[in-house]
Write a protein that binds this ligand. Structure first.
Ligand code: ARG
Length: 552
């Protein structure tokens, strides 16, 4: 609807479309849309009020001139009819747009570290990243997702030595991560007593760097088993694929080239034996350690040049916690220092921590919390609630899974990503309030209403559009711009909040109006509206990677 108005205004005034902005009046009784006319003054040599008056005359809407604005009232019946018809026709394609058409976008997210369990610490990057991936697709981007495993670094030398020396070689893939944890702790205990163990760790890392067969075979075993474990978590989160699974180790041989590039531009300095890139106002980037071993940022530099070459991205998003902000700032600056002009295409999509009672989440023993454990706990609790509400529900296990997992995801995505968020399982799973289950419940409620549909034609001229209905229509019409805004800000909470508003408007409408009316046509109209709401709730939840449920 907005686009239509923009087209009309630009052709009436003969100005470029980009000059035409459409706003929402603060007070809805003043109009549905407001067109500020200040932008055109210069070009048309007329005052904003004159222009607004001229537009009022030419446009086919009821409207008022207020200061330099033209406030427009949409025809409620016409708008309702055309919007509902559009949504019911387009279904899950409603909201699709070409904001990113023709652009290559790379999103790196999740990126857990191998030989460790998939902890709660990697929940946020995984769900924010996946939501941004889905949202970007809906905006027409050509998107590639990358899972960049933390599979390299000196700790792997220690792990290899420790596992080779004390590890049980017969453990299964699912047990090996615990076994690695056990021997890693042992390594550090022993190293306190015997300093030569650190040399062993270094030696095995060197061997790994040099592709020694034995070192590689241990490391491969750790990596394969880790990926198998990670996949169980991804399956629960309904993340069925990454376009690319790579890892830091992938870049072990291309780092020398990075160092040479830096040398060539005279960017390197030696400081206390380490090779660094210094900056005036932020901490230096350490490119090589004293012992010559390469570092995290060196690998990231190699990775980004490789990605630029392979994907020719217009934009690359790194969905990584706020605590790595300095790292990505250094990365961007080095790209610039190297003489490239695309550092603004590189975006660190930071996010806050998950807290429990205001503190960083950890187990009673101070260890990181395993994500799968939390997801299963959520599923169990969801099951308990359903058994209380609706004990005869079919496929209760499947439903509990969608609710439990969806609740955890929604809790994460509903807040502005930069903020820290509190994790409380009970709150997350409430069926009332700002939760995933509340949205799923609203959807299911609509599905059962829809059994009353008769699929008859509705003559919209006969329909009275109440305030509740008009509110809903208005909210539905804003779906697409919310999707675009979510991508512009790279913030999935825009969608989450939008859905909460929509559901709450729907529930108001449901409380105030009898859906099953005496007049068949009215019933059908309200069911059409309800169906449109459910289409948008479903699609919006899918953007957040959350399932809907037909019955709960
Ligand atoms: N594996 C890292 C971690 O768990 C995150 C990797 C982030 N991505 C990157 N390109 N540095 O902290």
């Amino acid at each position: 609807m907005k686009n239509e108005i923009i087209n009309e205004v630009s052709s009436i005034l003969n100005v470029d479309k980009s000059l035409v902005k459409i706003e929402y009046p603060k007070d809805r009784s003043m109009g549905d849309y407001a067109i500020p006319c200040f932008n055109f003054s210069k070009e048309l040599h007329k005052s904003p009020i004159e222009i607004a008056n001229y537009l009022k005359e030419k446009l086919n809407y009821s409207s008022n001139v207020v200061n330099g604005y033209l406030n427009i009232f949409m025809d409620k019946k016409q708008t309702t009819k055309s919007l509902l018809e559009k949504i019911l026709l387009e279904k899950e394609n409603y909201g699709f747009n070409d904001y990113g058409a023709g652009k290559n976008l790379v999103i790196e997210y999740s990126s857990p570290n191998i030989a460790k369990p998939f902890g709660m610490g990697h929940l946020r990057t995984t769900v924010i990243g996946q939501a941004l991936y889905n949202i970007s697709k809906k905006c027409g981007y050509n998107v590639k997702s990358i899972n960049y495993l933390g599979d390299y670094g000196t700790q792997f030398g220690k792990l290899i030595y420790a596992y080779k020396t004390w590890g049980n070689k017969d453990v299964s893939d699912s047990e090996i991560i615990n076994e690695l944890k056990r021997v890693y702790v042992k390594f550090h205990e022993e190293a306190e007593k015997d300093q030569s163990l650190d040399d062993e760790g270094r030696k095995w890392f060197k061997l790994l760097e040099n592709n020694d067969e034995e070192a590689l075979s241990y490391w491969n075993r750790f990596k394969d088993a880790s990926i198998k474990e990670f996949n169980k978590t991804y399956e629960l989160l309904k993340i069925d694929k990454f376009d690319e699974i790579s890892g830091e180790s992938f870049y072990k041989d291309s780092m020398q080239k990075v160092v040479e590039m830096l040398e060539e531009k005279n960017l390197l300095t030696i400081s206390e034996g380490a090779t660094i890139v210094p900056f005036d106002d932020i901490a230096p980037a350490i490119i090589k350690r004293t012992d010559g071993a390469s570092l995290y940022i060196t690998r990231d530099l190699a990775a980004i040049f490789d990605r630029k070459e392979r994907y020719n991205f217009d934009e690359i998003l790194y969905v990584v916690g706020n605590e790595q902000a300095l790292h990505f700032e250094q990365l961007k600056r080095i790209i610039n220092l190297l003489g490239y002009n695309w550092e603004d295409e590189v975006k660190h999509i930071g996010f806050g921590m998950l807290l429990q009672n205001g503190k960083k989440m950890s187990t009673r023993h101070g260890k990181s919390v395993v994500l799968m454990d939390v997801l299963y706990e959520a599923i169990d609790l969801a099951k308990k609630y359903i058994q209380e509400k609706n004990p005869s529900l079919e496929n209760i296990d499947e439903v509990s899974k969608s609710i439990g997992v969806g609740a955890v995801i929604f809790n994460d995505l509903k807040n502005y990503r930069i903020n820290d968020i509190e994790f409380n399982l009970e709150d997350t799973l409430r069926f009332e309030g700002s939760t995933g289950p509340y949205l799923q419940y609203t959807y299911a409620r609509i599905q059962s209403l829809l059994n009353n549909k008769q699929n008859i034609e509705v003559a919209y001229d006969n329909i009275e559009i109440s305030d509740d209905v008009w509110n809903l229509i208005w909210n539905l019409s804003k779906y697409q711009e919310n999707i675009i805004y979510a991508k512009e800000t790279n913030d999935p909470s825009i969608i989450a909040k939008y859905l909460l508003d929509l559901a709450s408007d729907f529930n108001k409408f449901y409380a105030h109006e009898r859906i099953i009316d005496d007049i068949k046509e009215y019933t059908e109209f309200k069911l059409n509206l309800s169906e449109a709401v459910s289409i948008v709730i479903k699609d919006g939840l899918n953007l957040l990677n959350i399932d809907v449920i037909n019955q709960m």
